[in-house]
Design a protein. Structure first.
Length: 264
């Protein structure tokens, strides 16, 4: 069985619309990035600078780290179609979320690693290799645990809690990648750090949610296959069917939208 490489962050897209996933990750077709994606990328960049400074003891301030968000938005390394969004609006929201993260979330964390990249984790019996970057590894009472930053208009509820349903398998994959890259066991509950990308400061909430035993959904239990086995079967079957009901079924997000007849 040949080994197919899967980016951990792309698993959701694989199950959402296999045809769009294959067009991007097998055929190499791309769509330009968009304002929402750039906003998320900017917040990831600036908070990573701040947190890495905390680990290194270099003392970079909140404002100094924020420069990474501004650079990401105004000096992108990829094509971006902004449409209704503007770089100025994205910068304003990104800077607000950056400050809230650094003042509210970061002080409660004890990080051991930032942006931990795993070049390759092969699972030979499934014919897949996982690759990706885990946002953070932190210390907990139960051992080391991963953190994943997520931005979006509904990332954090009005009660300040992050909805974790549906994210367990992705967190489980990031746990595997973090263990492979760091060489130390990940035993604590996975944490999602959510940041609302609303336009008003009052609605730009930040919060956290936890998922225990995230890896349990990755492997089969002898009676039913796990998520990774489903992914392997789908990829090696070559049956990349389209999903016209996907929320991402739009030319803005799908590189084969114009040629796909499923949404007609």
């Amino acid at each position: 069985m040949n080994i197919v490489t899967i980016r951990a962050s792309s698993l959701g897209r694989l199950f959402d619309c296999p045809a769009a996933w294959a067009a991007t990750h097998i055929d190499g077709k791309r769509t330009p990035s968009n304002g929402k994606a750039m906003l998320g990328k900017a917040v990831h960049a600036s908070t990573a600078v701040f947190d890495q400074s905390g680990i290194d003891g270099t003392g970079i301030s909140i404002d100094e780290a924020a420069a990474a968000a501004v650079d990401t938005i105004h000096r992108p390394d990829e094509d971006v179609v902004w449409e209704d969004d503007t770089p100025q609006d994205a910068e304003k929201i990104a800077l607000s979320l950056h400050v809230k993260y650094c003042q509210i979330i970061a002080p409660k964390q004890t990080y051991r690693g930032v942006e931990i990249k795993c070049e390759r984790l092969e699972i030979t019996d499934l014919g897949i290799a996982l690759t990706g970057t885990t946002d953070r590894v932190r210390e907990t009472a139960d051992g080391l645990a991963i953190c994943d930053l997520k931005t979006g208009k509904a990332a954090v509820g009005s009660d300040g809690n992050v909805k974790t349903a549906g994210h367990a398998y992705q967190m489980g994959v990031y746990e595997l990648l973090a263990e492979q890259a760091s060489g130390v066991p990940i035993t604590g509950a996975a944490q999602i750090i959510g940041m609302n990308t609303a336009k008003t400061p009052a609605s730009q909430r930040v919060g956290t949610g936890e998922i225990s035993d995230a890896r349990s959904v990755l492997l089969g239990d002898g009676e039913s296959p796990g998520i990774l086995e489903h992914a392997s079967r789908l990829i090696h079957s070559g049956s990349f069917y389209p999903n016209p009901k996907s929320m991402l079924c739009h030319e803005r997000y799908c590189p084969i939208f114009k040629e796909c007849k499923a949404h007609a």
